[in-house]
Design a protein around this ligand. Sequence first.
Ligand SMILES: NC(=O)c1ccc[n+]([C@@H]2O[C@H](COP(=O)([O-])OP(=O)(O)OC[C@H]3O[C@@H](n4cnc5c(N)ncnc54)[C@H](OP(=O)(O)O)[C@@H]3O)[C@@H](O)[C@H]2O)c1
Length: 242
Amino acid sequence: MNTPKKTALVIGGSRGIGAAIALRLARDGANVALTYASAAAKAEQLAGAIEEHGVQALALKADSANAAELQAAVEQAAARFGRIDIVVLNAGILHIADIAEFGIETLDRMLDVNVRGVYLAIKAALPHMPPGGRVITIGSNTAVRSGHPGSSVYAMTKGAVAVMVKGLAVDLAPRGITINNIQPGPIETDMTADMIELVKDWIPLKRVGQPSEIAGLAAYLAGPESGYMTGASLTIDGGMSL
Ligand SMILES: NC(=O)c1ccc[n+]([C@@H]2O[C@H](COP(=O)([O-])OP(=O)(O)OC[C@H]3O[C@@H](n4cnc5c(N)ncnc54)[C@H](OP(=O)(O)O)[C@@H]3O)[C@@H](O)[C@H]2O)c1
């Protein structure tokens, strides 16, 4: 008898790290639902690529800053696949500016997407997650060492995620669900396109990372071998924060 496929939900899965994770989980045999904010064409294209792995895909438009949209997307994913085994909280935005110039609307938007949206998506997914479920957040090595002018708000949001994960690990343990946080350093995506050359020299390994390298760690956290790990923040940054 075939083992039923697992279902993964990647919040913010249309591009970059989220897309690489969605593809990797599909390659490992999971059906994948993913959300996006605006890149509909990329999300649909990715859904096609996911299905080439012999699994099902579902692309859902849901702004992580909008609680109702987020809730509706999670419900649609659960209704389509029956349950959610793995949820990846990847949606995130970056704005770098000195405190004197940092706009309140941008501050609110970053808190809404990077922190509130993460918490609300986990809250929405949990009723659909069986024991053995895996929650994986994508934080940042800026939670460990900021070191970059103007990154205080971004670092604040990612620090909040790391602490949220510790607290939720305790709350989710009785349900047999683990939660861990990946803290990447600079990874080659749209988000970092204009800073790659600048930051390369700050990294002991003298290169930026690839989305597939983050996806590899996510695959481990999503799998059975990570079952004793919960509440951890794992930094993967070429040694940048050492
Ligand atoms: N790249 C790095 O160097 C790096 C380092 C450390 C941490 N991270 C974190 O890793 C995550 C992914 O980064 P990335 O570099 O892959 O970014 P990216 O290339 O800009 O892609 C961001 C993804 O998140 C989605 N997204 C953004 N805002 C959203 C919203 N309000 N609602 C729903 N989805 C939203 C985007 O959807 P649309 O396509 O629809 O916009 C896209 O799929 C972020 O949390 C980021 O903070 C990145």
